[in-house]
Write a protein that binds this ligand. Sequence first.
Ligand code: AMP
Length: 199
Amino acid sequence: MPFTQLGLSASLLEAIAKSGYTSPYPIQSIAIPAILAGKDILGIAQTGSGKTASFVLPILQYFQSKPVGKNRQIKALILAPTRELAVQTGTVFAEFSKHLPRPVKSLSVFGGVSINPQMIQLQGVEILVATPGRLLDLVANKAMQLSELEILVLDEADKMLNLGFKEEMNRIFELLPAKRQNLLFSATLGKDINTITEM
Ligand code: AMP
């Protein structure tokens, strides 16, 4: 199925063409229409499958019809297990959003570096890509709020659990509104992943 049949807007299709993608990868053909329809999804996907664009494109489209919300109220949160993945995902958001009529500001945050520049950069951010520990630090510092979150992505959820982020993830879930769209990506399906899908 070509990109033109997935329900994406003309400006997103133009951004995709500029990126050099010619046809969707299988996960994109399945996930993009489901996400645009507001469904929760569980994607079993390895790195390299094209899973990042499968959530980046519909999330950017979602924002195209939304007015800019209150400052420091995050509307879409992507949790990632590592700094590398957080940076990589932030780059994909920035790359696709730069061609869109309604700009959407995204930011990647992670630990191991000073928190102060991240607190300043959060100004105007609507989409946040974060590792769990640094996200909780930013919340504790009142750098932003998650109470109006609409979309949650757990990327490489199995790796997050393997790296011992379960307790931090539970604390984050408590900060999120119950009504939200949940997009879960994992390379494997296990007991812990099932527990997450029940939250
Ligand atoms: P990911 O699995 O999201 O890390 O993506 C793996 C690689 O595939 C990245 O370099 C993407 O830029 C590339 N990619 C994703 N979707 C497509 C597509 N539909 N056509 C060509 N390349 C793609």
